[in-house]
Write a protein that binds this ligand. Sequence first.
Ligand code: NAI
Length: 395
Amino acid sequence: MIVEPIINGLIAKTAHPIGCEKSVANQINYIRSKPAIIKAPKRVLVLGASSGFGLSARIALTFAGNAETIGVSLERAPTANRTGSAGWYNNLAFKHHAEKSGKLAINIQGDAFSEDVREQVIEAIETYFEGEVDLVIYSLASRIRPKPNSDCFWRSSIKPIQRPYKGHSILFEDSSWHTHTLPPAINDEIESTRKVMGGEDWESWIDTLINSESIARGCRTVAFSYIGPESTYPIYLDGTLGRAKIDLQQTSHALNLKLANFAGNAFSAVCKANVTKASVIIPGFTPYLCALYKVMKQEGLHETCIEQMYRLFADKVYSESGHVPVDGERLIRTDDWELKPYVQRQVNDILSRMNAENFAHIADYTSVKNEFLQLNGFAHDGIDYSKDIDLLKPS
Ligand code: NAI
């Protein structure tokens, strides 16, 4: 089959297997060009390992840090006439490259919220990690979470709180500009979003690992958060997402106390806004990303997920000094460059002028869309996209 990009609004419906392999290989090559992370942990569990920050963290720790990894993700496998999701191909590509370099890479595909996946992970830790993990990365981005012992779900809603939100999105499907107004969330939506994206599931994973005696001495856990600049507060920090992230950040303190019993720590790392499957669907985020990419590239400060994750682990979580720099709220900040006042001043100036006619000229829509296509295996140089490929055996 010849695989072409099919995008529905801001969601990719197809992924190119060979292009996904190239995206993973590019990240590995970047990491191979960087100094080793000497103090990196050996046995790492990544929850949400197939794309975005989780995949980049896995690559950084494997190829700069010599880690062995168990990666959990929920992805769609291909059929003979339908492509798998990008993350499905990323998992295959990562495993291939890691094993070629002599590193253990176990992929567990399934719902990370389920008991079954927890059991598979504990069994894998027993079998491959001598029963213990040194680092747990929590990088799930899910819209729903099953309620325990029931057939029902909590569903997240990305909405403002108290007042309506008016914003714009640029759809990759046809590069069109859309204006939308969202009503404020009701209490049930605020609470459901906290249940899905807050810290409760992270805490329950750590409890499960403590109860199964799978936590190694000195074990750390890191989950990713976002705060963003004032221009995004109405839809992010002051909205349902922000409430959930504050819950996640508070959970890091509770987990830090629990892991102190193992001489370990828990951190919430506040990352920069990047193009990922999860971020582009946030209302109002595509114009912000286009303005941010333009300014950060101009200023020589732009980082993709892999650059963020390398800096996070090399300079912060596993720095050579052993010191983990945190802010007054004990958060690790890798959003520091995004939030520099001179960056945000320029971003705000672009956003104030951006409209349906000029977004492609005054901001960096081209890079943002290109990065989105590449996440799904498209728009890479050196790949013959007109070639017929077997979706089940792509290489
Ligand atoms: P992503 O969509 O690229 O990755 C999400 C991962 O979660 C994938 O591996 C997916 O398979 C996995 N996943 C989702 N539901 C699952 C389930 N039920 N069971 C097992 N695996 C499941 O998302 P991204 O952007 O990398 O997000 C990861 C974290 O980073 C999120 O907490 C997000 O809020 C945070 N973050 C993202 C930023 C961004 O700009 N992309 C900025 C700051 C924080």
